[in-house]
Design a protein around this ligand. Structure first.
Ligand SMILES: N[C@@H](CCC(=O)N[C@@H](CS)C(=O)NCC(=O)O)C(=O)O
Length: 96
């Protein structure tokens, strides 16, 4: 229609179709630190992808090298995403 203005798409509409039903039933843990912008990026992505309810948040201080954490993430940084059906993912660009 001439002169009609299109509304910008919602963020959720720009995500791949799999995002809202990715691995139904899968539970994940996200190791995070509240001060970390990389963690925030992963959390926002999880919320926008409709996955937040499947993710248990585990707060750690990565600078204290928590016991066992490097078994999940050999570089010892946050965020780390651990699905219950697969290997841990680290590096926010990989997680997102
Ligand atoms: N390239 C990494 C950077 C992650 C990063 O630097 N995380 C910081 C917190 S903002 C961290 O865990 N630092 C702990 C350390 O360096 O030991 C990513 O994108 O995930």
């Amino acid at each position: 229609m001439p002169g009609a203005r299109l509304a910008p798409p919602a963020v959720g509409d720009m995500l791949p179709a799999r995002s809202n039903n990715w691995h139904p039933g899968v539970h994940m843990k996200l190791y995070f630190c509240a001060a970390s912008p990389y963690t925030r990026k992963a959390r926002v992505t999880a919320i926008e992808a409709g996955l937040a309810a499947k993710i248990e948040m585990v707060e750690i201080n990565p600078w204290t090298d928590p016991a066992g954490y490097r078994d999940l993430n050999p570089i010892g940084k946050v965020p780390t995403l651990v699905p219950d059906d697969g290997p841990a993912l680290f590096e926010s660009a990989i997680i997102c």
